[in-house]
Design a protein around this ligand. Structure first.
Ligand SMILES: NC(=O)c1ccc[n+]([C@@H]2O[C@H](COP(=O)([O-])OP(=O)(O)OC[C@H]3O[C@@H](n4cnc5c(N)ncnc54)[C@H](O)[C@@H]3O)[C@@H](O)[C@H]2O)c1
Ligand SMILES: O=C(O)C(=O)C[C@]1(C(=O)O)C=C[C@@H](O)C=C1
Length: 367
């Protein structure tokens, strides 16, 4: 099925990434943005064209503007493209639907609106950060409302498929409660941690390793965007923040006990075990149950072709790489690549790669 021609409003990170993915799949994409330079940059990256389409021909409109502008832009798209399904990619759904419901005079047009939300992105903004493969194997939530039509739902399902994502259908309230827990709360935890670094001396910051970088990456996101997300989902976020507040109190008590009674660290252990159990509940690739892959760390010399040679030799060894992560040594001219492979293949691969001259070892932690 085709959704062409598509109009994409908001050619930033998410919009331009969708444009690139759809264009790669042969769909005709027309880009619009408040900032014409964003639309032109996105077009230059292969996300579509800045030419105007014939409005009556447009089959699908994807609105990828900041949360505060969503309702108005969606309402405008429903007017401007009378035969199109309109979806948006906003991170919070209920408020937008409520505002549309209140503001659109003829509610019958809302049959053509079906909300959605790709659970993929990054801490960066703007079209230059777009990637055609951003949504591959990621969850994309579709949030139909009670008046959404079948044709509209089918068009959004096709969009998700063309972007090679994995669809999940949820009601708006369920969606907002879920993202409060798995996206917005983790974001705020990262922000609190990173904010604390503003009080750390530069000499101490020199010791920062990958753990700190892992925990703080998403705190590097655009505060303007996240101010709008948190504001829009405050209702679902507050109970989550209060629950963390209670856990933090428990953790402080456990650490106080450990300080006052040397050897009494069982309370700390309980919290650590809970954390470990939580990480194990995060679904793996393709939404499957998490698997305990073996982690191999390979030292990559900073020389041309080293990565290509490594993957070619892993391929020759007949091993499928399930996941990768890369880390650069701050001092030496090398990188460390962590490869996740099936545990039964790990020992054989280590031996083969050592024979071929690679520095490789098994790691304890996960990618
Ligand atoms: N960043 C993420 O990780 C992520 C992931 C999933 C969904 N989202 C959602 O996607 C939407 C876009 O986020 P982003 O990260 O791509 O932001 P972005 O800043 O990279 O892109 C937003 C684009 O919208 C344009 N814009 C702003 N107001 C507009 C208007 N009224 N009309 C037309 N264009 C307008 C901006 O010029 C910009 O090019 C947000 O609603 C966000 O909640 C973000
Ligand atoms: O990977 C990231 O940078 C993200 O935080 C992306 C992420 C997420 O929490 O998964 C953030 C907000 C969006 O609404 C959807 C996706």
């Amino acid at each position: 099925m085709t959704v062409s021609p598509v109009v994409l409003i908001g050619a930033g990170l998410v919009g331009a990434s969708i444009g690139c993915a759809l264009t790669e799949e042969g769909q005709q994409v027309h880009l619009r943005d408040l900032s014409s330079s964003h639309a032109r940059v996105a077009a230059g990256l292969g996300a579509g064209t800045v030419d105007e389409p014939v409005a009556a021909d447009v089959r699908l409109v994807v609105v990828a503007v900041p949360p505060a502008a969503l309702a108005e832009v969606i309402a405008g798209a429903l007017r401007d493209y009378p035969n199109a399904t309109v979806t948006d990619v906003g991170s919070v759904k209920a408020g937008v639907l409520h505002r549309l419901w209140e503001s659109v005079g003829d509610r019958a047009v809302l049959e053509r609106y079906v909300g959605s939300h790709p659970m993929a992105g990054s801490q960066r903004t703007g079209p230059v950060t777009a990637r055609a493969d951003l949504f591959v194997d990621r969850t994309w939530v579709i949030t139909p409302h009670r008046r959404s039509g079948e044709a509209g739902i089918a068009a959004v399902r096709e969009l998700v498929k063309l972007c090679r994502a994995r669809e999940v259908v949820l009601d708006v309230e369920e969606h907002d409660a879920a993202v409060a827990r798995v996206s917005h709360l983790p974001h705020l935890m990262s922000v609190l941690m990173a904010g604390r670094l503003t009080e750390v001396e530069p000499e101490q910051l020199q010791l920062a390793g990958q753990g700190l970088r892992d925990v703080t990456r998403i705190a590097g996101s655009d505060p303007e965007l996240w101010q709008q997300i948190v504001g829009a989902n405050a209702h679902a976020l507050l109970p989550e923040l209060r629950a963390v507040q209670l856990r933090l109190d428990d953790l402080i008590s456990a650490v106080e006990t450990a300080q006052q009674t040397p050897g009494r660290t069982d309370g700390v252990r309980t919290e650590l075990e809970r954390g470990l159990a939580g990480t194990r509940r995060i679904p793996g690739k393709h939404g499957s149950a998490p698997r305990d892959d073996a982690q191999l760390v390979v030292e990559i010399p900073d020389s041309p072709g080293a990565l290509g040679r490594l993957f070619a030799e892993i391929g020759e060894a007949g091993v499928n790489v399930e996941d990768i992560a890369i880390e650069h040594d701050q001092v030496r001219e090398v990188g460390y690549l962590t490869l996740a492979v099936q545990p039964t293949l790990a020992d054989g691969l280590v031996a083969t790669m050592r024979d071929r001259g690679w520095e490789i070892r098994q790691a304890r932690s996960e990618v």
